[in-house]
Design a protein around this ligand. Structure first.
Ligand SMILES: Nc1ncnc2c1ncn2[C@@H]1O[C@H](COP(=O)(O)OP(=O)(O)OP(=O)(O)O)[C@@H](O)[C@H]1O
Length: 300
């Protein structure tokens, strides 16, 4: 019999995770015919440990029930594994970038229906130092600010919580000197933020990297530099309209590998969580995981 592991964070989804997990279990067992194991996280990194054991025990499917934090920890269990189970995603967080990028419904009941779909997408992941990411890495003074956006603010304001904190930080005007090496050359200079996106949805803004698709084998780099009050606002509008890469103070490139370093101490944010300090090295891992997506979903 095929084996599925459900990895669920009971603290996500406004305490509704337990109710949804029963529905996930029923759907997998009764409609798709899986032997199902439910693993409940109690602390940070539990989801990674559970996913490692699912790989080692050759499970066919792992379903992440929680927010982007739980998903990020789950996919990190796939690092350097020979057997990688298929992935299902039930988004219960406030932003849910990965689900947005894959057109997985943000309504949990509808997302659960998706688990009966026979459509799979081969999705890129990327390595950053000794971990994996599925969505986005940000580096620079602004990245640290984004890590401090509270769950309450995200619930209340959605993607605008990031925008609000971002504008506040940019008006403070701190920009570290970054050295960014990519397939096409090296950029060097002061920048309040550098973003490497794998998918089009970043911090809930589905327009930030409209050219990034989950399976294009590329990292999409945005270096934002020389921001002051006026162009902070115009960059904000560019972000909302999906043409950030054309803004005069934004350098855009695609690459399979990127190295970012600085002589100053600079923090990063990886998939919405605090990440390693610079230097960082990123490498794309094309088609690294097969994700269950709705039958009718578009390929972008
Ligand atoms: N039982 C638990 N209680 C509290 N925190 C947990 C528990 N299990 C896991 N965690 C931690 O909670 C963090 C956030 O989880 P997750 O992203 O799933 O939910 P969320 O906060 O509702 O979503 P979002 O980040 O989108 O607001 C995870 O990174 C994980 O380390």
């Amino acid at each position: 019999m095929k084996k599925a592991m459900i990895i669920m964070n009971p603290s996500s989804g406004k305490e509704k995770a337990l109710e949804y997990v029963r529905k996930v279990e029923d759907t997998l067992r009764n409609e798709v015919g899986y032997d199902v194991v439910v693993m409940e996280t109690t602390q940070e990194l539990d989801a990674t440990k559970f996913c490692i054991s699912a790989c080692e025990d050759e499970f066919d499917l792992v379903v992440s029930v929680g927010g982007d934090g739980t998903l990020h920890e789950t996919i990190n269990g796939l690092l350097d594994q020979k057997h990688r189970p298929k992935l299902g995603v039930i988004p219960l967080g406030t932003v849910n970038d990965f689900a947005r990028a894959l057109h997985i419904p943000l309504n949990p009941d509808e997302a659960i229906r998706t688990l009966t779909s026979s459509k799979l997408r081969q999705v890129d992941m990327a390595r950053i130092n000794d971990q994996l990411f599925a969505n986005v890495v940000a580096a620079g003074s602004l990245a640290d600010t984004l890590s401090s956006v509270s769950s309450e603010e995200k619930s209340k304001l959605g993607a605008f919580a990031y925008f609000k904190e971002g504008v506040k930080e940019l008006l403070g005007g701190s920009a570290a000197h970054l050295v960014i090496e990519h397939d096409g050359g090296t950029w060097e200079g002061p920048a309040p933020i550098f973003i490497a996106a794998l998918t089009n949805s970043v911090g809930g803004f589905e327009n930030l990297a409209p050219d990034a698709s989950v399976d294009d084998g590329l990292l999409h780099g945005f270096i934002v530099h020389n921001l002051n009050f006026l162009n902070t606002l115009t960059a904000g509008f560019s972000l909302l309209l999906g043409n950030l890469k054309d803004h005069k103070d934004v350098e855009y490139f695609t690459s399979r590998s990127i190295r970012v370093s600085s002589t100053e101490p600079v923090k990063t944010n990886v998939d919405g969580e605090p990440g390693p300090a610079l230097p960082i090295e990123m490498h794309i891992l094309p088609a690294h995981v097969q994700v269950i997506v709705p039958e009718e979903s578009a390929e972008s």
